[in-house]
Design a protein around this ligand. Structure first.
Ligand SMILES: [Ca+2]
Length: 378
């Protein structure tokens, strides 16, 4: 029951209405059926409230457990903790160990968590021969949080070698401080920093708001509510963000690989394609490439990855994602940056909190209740 309590808490006030309609157009149904490959979920291990993961050195997959441990998954199963910060974080609200990432050479490992005060924190460790060197730990970036929800917390390295950090709007409901559209705060943003470029971090010179005294230099994109999970297409470099909605619309946002940043994804003037509480659509609003409402079973989008593995050829190039509330594994097809179809892949991952892309492009599904699945051909 504790697991349930925790997992329910992680979406907290987001799950006011539990429903979702996957808006697969009925006219598209035969084509969608043909284009939805047959997949199966293979349970590969069980972890304690797995919350995030990353491809690790030597073909491993590292799994973060929400209470503050990290374990390495290999052919021998799940290891003892390779890192333990359980004394430094809590799991109330939507808090905990929320993201992990390696740099591209597996030379450094990064963790994203809320500390005992609820402050979003990104720390770095050096890695040597596939092992964390605890004595090298240092804090890269912190952001105080006005409320315990909407922490975001995902971290990923982009194809440009910079570290991207997703932060929610600070929480409560309806973005009471207007953080989403305020460029003078890191809340409600996707950040882009160079963690090795300076101490504690460098700012890439081509970040979109460098030189603007009214905007934070770390900002890559803004107008986000709770960008709980984002990823880069390992084939194209395109950015895809799953931004959790307030109470009506869940959305997937996209920016092409050649984006110069600065995208305004609309929150809290907009929720999806819709004005939020009488909001005005910003002139520079980048509309979601996909949205769904809550007339079905979903209520909190969980962003995933564009599938680039070899095992399921029919899934290649499709964006695999889910929803925390209904667990259905879904896929979006794209052409020229536009969504051309959506499929229900016919499998359910439980309380899907995150996806992990392994080193060969295979995808894993994390159920906060404990199951770790790999998406395999049926
Ligand atoms: Ca939006």
């Amino acid at each position: 029951m504790k697991v349930r309590t925790r997992s329910t808490a992680i979406i907290g006030t987001l799950c006011l209405v539990a429903s979702l309609a996957l808006t697969t157009a009925s006219a598209d149904e035969p084509a969608a059926a043909r284009q939805a490959p047959k997949v199966a979920l293979t349970k590969v291990t069980t972890a304690a409230n797995p919350s995030a993961g990353a491809a690790g050195p030597g073909g491993t997959v590292w799994v973060a457990e929400r209470a503050g441990t990290v374990r390495a998954l290999s052919g021998q199963g799940l290891s003892d903790p390779v890192l333990d910060i359980t004394k430094e974080t809590t799991t109330d609200g939507e808090r905990g160990l929320l993201g992990i990432a390696f740099d591209r050479k597996f030379a450094h490992f990064y963790i994203s968590f809320t500390d005992l005060e609820g402050t979003s924190t990104v720390d770095e460790f050096a890695v040597r021969k596939g092992k964390i060197r605890p004595e090298t730990r240092r804090t890269v970036l912190t952001q105080t949080q006005p409320y315990p929800n909407h922490n975001g917390g995902d971290i990923k390295f982009g194809p440009d070698g910079y570290l991207y950090i997703a932060l929610g709007d600070g929480g409560s409901g309806g973005d009471p401080h207007g953080n989403g559209q305020n460029l003078d705060t890191l809340l409600g943003k996707l950040l882009r920093i160079d963690p090795r470029g300076a101490k504690p971090y460098g700012i890439p010179a081509d970040n979109p708001f460098v030189g603007d005294p009214k905007a934070k230099d770390e900002i890559w994109a803004y107008g986000l509510r709770n960008p709980w999970r984002f990823s880069f297409d390992s084939g194209t470099g395109d950015l895809l963000i799953g931004d959790v909605g307030q109470s009506a619309w869940e959305e997937i946002d996209r920016a092409p690989a050649d984006s110069e940043g600065g995208e305004n994804y609309g929150w809290s003037q907009m929720e999806g394609n819709h004005p939020f509480r009488g909001g005005t659509e910003p002139a520079n609003h980048v509309r979601p490439v996909y949205e769904y409402d809550r007339t079905g079973l979903g209520c909190s989008v969980t962003g995933g990855f564009v599938y680039r593995g070899k095992a399921i050829p029919g899934l290649r190039g499709q964006y695999v994602f889910s929803d925390y509330c209904d667990g259905t594994i879904r896929a979006l097809r794209f052409k020229d940056g536009k969504v051309t179809g959506a499929s229900d892949l016919g499998v359910n991952g439980g309380e899907v909190i995150s996806f992990v892309q392994g080193g060969k492009g295979e995808l894993y599904v994390l159920d906060i209740g404990g199951s770790v699945y790999r998406i395999d051909p049926a």
